[in-house]
Design a protein around this ligand. Sequence first.
Ligand code: FAD
Length: 307
Amino acid sequence: MLQKALLAASRRPGLRRAVVGNPATRRVVDRFVAGETRDDALAAVRALHADGVQVTLDHLGEDITDRSEAVRSRDAYLTLLDGLAPLGLGPAAEVSVKLSAFGQALHGGHDVALELVRPVVEAATAIGTTVTLDMEDHRTVESTLAALAELRKEHPGTGAVLQAMLFRTEDDAKALAVSGSRVRLVKGAYDEPADVAFQRSKDVDAAYLRCLEILMAGPGYPMVGSHDPVIVQRAHELAAQNSRPADSWEVQMLYGIRPDEQRRLAAAGTRVRAYVPYGVDWYAYFMRRLAERPANVRFFLRSLVTK
Ligand code: FAD
């Protein structure tokens, strides 16, 4: 119930104003968001790199309503990649994009998003790194996977995200378990209807493990996007069973979530990447993080009453 309410709130502009305008919220947001500017993001990249943790950077923003905002998203990523270039981290610092921030939901949006994201992918390739296409709600999956196929023709390292909660995902995992393909497998963060997605967490977890087996057995590059110890442990077992070298797959976790575990895994030889969001438009991202975990909500509520 609480989870559904928070996910619904993530799309309500009225509540957005109440949360964004509250100074007490800032401290909680800082736990999940690296800051508002490119320099804040680059500082987080340097700190994580010093701990042996790679990054994928997300310039926050989604569900934009006109083309000029989509152009601004493109420009923000181009500026970010300019800032990453001198760090010389190559694929250890990549970017994640939401196609809805590039206009996917506008009229003719698939083509708009593809046109605007292409220069970002080209700029990433030019500095030796990659772009991963985040996955949003189930209505966007066809368009996002079609964009992926298009972009991979010239930039085969472009990655995608599959959400275990969707019924279709096992088939998508089979289709994407091919040489050179980079797939981040996650449970899924959106409130999806029962005709397209598993509703019980134990069914989502079981589906995740089935998809993980498919990806880890294939010749692609699986990116295990989860904080769940059962999943991370199973990924290590499958890597061993499939004789995967340590550089042929990775674990990904969100910035600020289980940071000690991120460092511990990296020190033990697992490739670990943190998903680092930054920017002023943090509201929807933040609300999804609250929805994922009651402890996050308690942390948030405490911050509102303590100074
Ligand atoms: P959960 O089911 O949330 O938690 C399982 C267990 O993990 C918990 O019981 C606990 O033991 C442990 N755990 C979880 N959180 C914590 C914590 N804060 N502290 C301590 N232990 C904890 N979703 C999308 O829909 N599209 C995307 O493009 C997308 N990209 C993502 C990228 C990355 C790198 C990651 C990590 C997630 C992404 N997600 C995305 C979100 C994802 O779908 C899940 O909503 C989110 O990861 C929560 O699921 P979980 O697998 O971490 O496990």
